[in-house]
Design a protein around this ligand. Sequence first.
Ligand code: ZN
Ligand code: ZN
Length: 594
Amino acid sequence: MNKNILTSALAIAIGTATLTGCQQAPSSNVVVEQNVVSAEQQAQQFSAQFIESLWQLSPTWALYSGYQKYADKLVVPDDFSRQQTLDFVKAQRAMLSAINTDELSPSTRIDMALVKNTLDSMEWNITTFKSWQWQPTQYNVAGGFAQIINGKYAPLDERLDSVLKRLKLVPQYYAAARANIENPTLEHTKLAIMQNKGALGIFSDDLIEKAQHSSMSNDDKSLFESRVLEARQAVMSHIDWLASLKQDLDKNGARSFRIGSDLYEQKFALDIQSDLSANELYQKALNDKQVVLSEMAKISDKLWSKYFPNTAKPSDKQAMISQMIEKLSVKHVKRENFVEEIRNQIPALEAFVIKNNLITLDKDKPLVVRETPEYMRGFAGASISAPGPYDKKANTYYNVTPLDNMNEEQAESYLREYNHWVLQVLNIHEAVPGHYTQLVYSNLSPSLVKSLFGNGAMIEGWAVYSERMMLEEGYGDFEPELWLMYYKWNLRVITNTILDYEIHNKGISKEQGLALMMDGAFQQQAEAEGKWHRATVSQVQLTSYYSGYRDIYDFRDEYKALKGKDYNVKAFHDEFLSYGSAPVKFVRELMMEK
Ligand code: ZN
Ligand code: ZN
């Protein structure tokens, strides 16, 4: 059935392409059946088959997106599967290019652009970036199995049956991984060892035990046990192999984790989808850093006598700001009230947004603030847990981890970080009108493509943008302390971009990187070390917060100028969010057209 839809969509698509040619050359006598299927319908059919074929090609990606139809398949990452992906890209591109995007609704036009970008990324990763050769972290079977074992989408017996089938190719999977790995970085090799050790936890006696108590036949039960043991053995052998590879790299040197300017620009274009290049964004970040630092100095200068009546003001501006931040940070909520305080702030934020006519909020979709469930507590923090696109009716939760597992010293340090003022900025970012509000809008945009292939820079950028927007609209009554803390928080986002760019393009050392964060942006050592590590095993992702923010802010200025006295901030936000999680540059195109 799929094949039929596919063929007819393709045929119709080609028909429309001819029509376009027709418009360009009116003398042409080709007239094809118009209105049989509109471009819009064509695009919808194309999207549906694209997603289904993609899940078939990448069952693990599907599992992470909440789609379990191909759960029993494990793809062996060999030449054959890479060729299959390239063939897929080629076939999908042909179908896509036959759709006349000019005739599409704005929302569907964005969908087609997102699909195109997804295809470009898939191809680029295989043929140009080749992370499958130099990032051993790409190989770990645990994630897919965990999705099935912990997922509640089907009865346990059914899921165990998928596990049994999926287990079959685990040894081949790791054999292919070893055949692929060539000249890897030391950092990815170390991380792969650590992560695969974690994977051993999945193939536990407990899992075998579960199968023993299931409704499986006795033959299947013994097959299950032997496959789990084989998988365990395969992971252990792989870890041994990586460990000896690591020794070799330690001794003889390894490929640098820094990807260099060419690959960086290409990856930036595909992942961020901004009109700016990575270098242009970096220049903006350098500039913003100076602006923010000078604002922080002005505020600290003004507040000095209030907080340090008997202490001379340091002549060094960085030292003055740093002391002021430390002084203010002691004002924080008690550890036992942390969750409660967050719970109480949400209604106040909503009331502010409504009273000041900033965004239309959907009152039917309340945000549930809860203590983070035990199984999700990797580290302390706050996060939004959103229902996946295949599970839209589920609640949206604001997970807040209580400080129960911290000793006094850790709790104090954490509470100073999330002090009285920063906690408010955090709630704006995570909840209202940040991630949570954006998500409600995103779920209204009924496109599966946008939910699945939405733009991370837009999503993070919106949350970062909303912090500043709230303060500019008067949230907190222009209290200088709040602004100072906001700037510190914003400086972190700016510094993420500078750090990531300078590591991969300018080859700065770890010492320089740590100084950039600690001396340049008032961060603590632990945070800076963590960020450094993250930047050695990822590329570009750290720029997404700032790039999305900068793009939205700059676009708003442009839009304001266009609308003149008709500009209205609420109308801007409502329309901006109505396009779902699309790259800012596409939303800009559509809104500037009107
Ligand atoms: Zn304290
Ligand atoms: Zn965020």
